[in-house]
Design a protein around this ligand. Structure first.
Ligand code: ADP
Length: 470
């Protein structure tokens, strides 16, 4: 089977969040299952030609290889992609994002004809690639080369929809009638994701729970009805993590590597993180960690509401992230308020992120919603116990710890309010103080398997269904 896989970020080339991790590792797992797959993404400024050994094909395309033999094609366009950011800056998205990503979509389709790659399915991810399904149906479908190509759209986060002014619709080169309530029109705005949801053959998202949640008005971001109206029901396939990249026994960025049999080495990482963040080096208090995009989704407002009570507990906390300016300010204030207990790093720093996953005792993820979430799976892999809100993929991967039978793998709160959150934080601190119990929890964490095999099987079955459908 031949698959064209299109994503606006793919690790290790360009990354702002979990989408890149998924799109950098799922293709490798699919290749292992015998699927022939190629990738496309824009050649952003951050994609280092030398480091990644990119070879120039012509003015428009570069190529390199990952896995055993997966070609990754980069679309070159200095005006659109030769700038510092991927989507924008801390002040918001770039004003020409519609031109940038519609160009990328068309070029991805043109590429497969140029190199004669007879894709059976094109697998798109999020709003930046949602137009591909529409172009296939209304522009390229007339060409015999593209006629039988099916499309799958995976929604990694429904809150990001690619909204533009109605006037910009003209720039897409699509029939005017598609700008209607049954197409791209969305409360008097142009909505690229909505177009993709309507015109893709299959739509999936990244956990079964989130698939259900986004068909309700609470988490449907205005598109619940559109999702419910689809002929093929929305599928939820849980993401995995790359266990070569996320592995405490081989991780090159750790102070000291470890496994469940050498937990004493995990604590050397704790000391290193405390030093990195200029916190007192203590082993008797739990170290909480947070790594993530600084946006409302990630629950920083709840943390802020509870910060004084949290600071009165016997714990330490390190926070690493970048994102909205508002949260940069908020976190700086938190650190100033509790200098001995809370420390923040406002940057994107992969080695430090790895050390936080390894060095902390508890990983904090109070997300308001979370389509899948990778950080909780990564932290478990490093024997660091997640504390999460029961939502989306978090609800599927983190099971509340029960001290009476020592079952479960984390701390879970199921009401999104300050008191319930605080109660759970206190529970985690108390559990940490019971050394035997906490050690059991850590040992259990290591037994969870979040590798890609199962999810890749799910996508393979979906591609097959797709190809067989008329
Ligand atoms: P999302 O996709 O919503 O951003 P996920 O939990 O799915 O959240 O994935 C986040 C990924 O991005 C993880 O691999 C996490 O370690 C990484 N990450 C987020 N912020 C940073 C940062 N400031 N520095 C390093 N890695 C980060």
């Amino acid at each position: 089977m031949k698959i064209l896989f299109c994503a606006s970020e793919v690790a290790p080339f360009a990354k702002t969040g979990g989408l890149a991790d998924v799109c950098g590792t799922l293709p490798l797992a699919l290749e292992k299952r015998g699927i022939e797959i190629i990738l496309t993404l824009p050649r952003y400024q951050c994609v280092d030609v030398k480091k990644f050994q990119l070879k120039r094909i012509d003015d428009d395309f570069w190529v390199t290889k990952i896995g055993k033999g997966i070609s990754v094609y980069f679309i070159e366009h200095e005006k659109y992609f030769g700038r510092k950011g991927i989507y924008g800056s801390t002040k918001g998205g770039y004003p020409d994002n519609l031109e940038r990503f519609s160009y990328y979509c068309r070029k991805s389709l043109e590429l497969i004809k140029k190199i004669n790659f007879k894709a059976e399915v094109v697998h798109c991810h999020d709003w930046q690639t949602a137009l591909i399904a529409v172009y296939l149906k209304f522009i390229y479908g007339g060409d015999a080369f593209y006629k039988k190509v099916k499309s799958v759209l995976t929604i990694h986060n429904l809150a990001y929809q690619g909204l533009f002014t109605p006037q910009e619709f003209l720039k897409l080169g699509l029939p005017q009638e598609l700008y209607s309530i049954n197409g791209f029109e969305f409360y008097n705005k142009l909505n690229l994701l909505k177009g993709g949801i309507i015109f893709s053959d299959y739509v999936t998202t990244v956990s079964r729970t989130y698939a259900v949640e986004i068909q309700t008005d609470t988490l449907g971001c205005g598109l619940a009805g559109v999702l419910r109206a689809r002929k093929n029901p929305l599928a939820g396939i849980l993401n995995g993590i790359d266990d070569t990249m996320w592995n405490p026994t081989t991780d090159p960025w750790l102070q000291k590597r470890y496994s469940s049999d050498s937990l004493e080495h995990k604590y050397q990482n704790k000391e290193r993180v405390q030093k990195d963040f200029k916190l007192p080096t203590r082993s008797d208090a739990p170290l909480f960690g947070f790594v993530g995009r600084l946006s409302a989704q990630k629950g920083l407002d709840l943390l802020w509401q509870a910060v004084d009570e949290i600071a009165s507990l016997d714990l330490q906390m390190v926070i690493l992230g970048t994102g909205e300016e508002k949260y940069h300010r908020l976190l700086k204030r938190m650190a100033r308020r509790c200098p001995k207990k809370i420390a923040v790093g406002l940057e994107y720093n992969e080695p430090l992120a790895h050390r936080i996953y390894a060095g902390c005792d508890i990983f904090l993820m109070p997300s308001v919603y979370e389509p899948c979430g990778l950080s909780q799976m990564i932290s478990l892999k490093y024997g660091t116990i997640p504390l999460v809100f029961k939502t989306g993929g978090l609800a599927e991967t983190v099971i509340a710890f029960n001290s009476s039978n020592a079952k479960g793998n984390g701390f879970v709160f199921d009401r999104y309010d300050k008191n319930t959150f605080l109660k759970t934080v206190k529970k985690a601190v108390a559990a940490y103080k019971n050394k035997t119990l906490f050690r059991k929890l850590i040992e259990r964490a290591f037994t969870y398997d979040f590798s890609w095999d199962e999810s890749a099987r799910g996508y393979q079955e979906l591609y097959q269904r797709c190809v067989q459908s008329v």
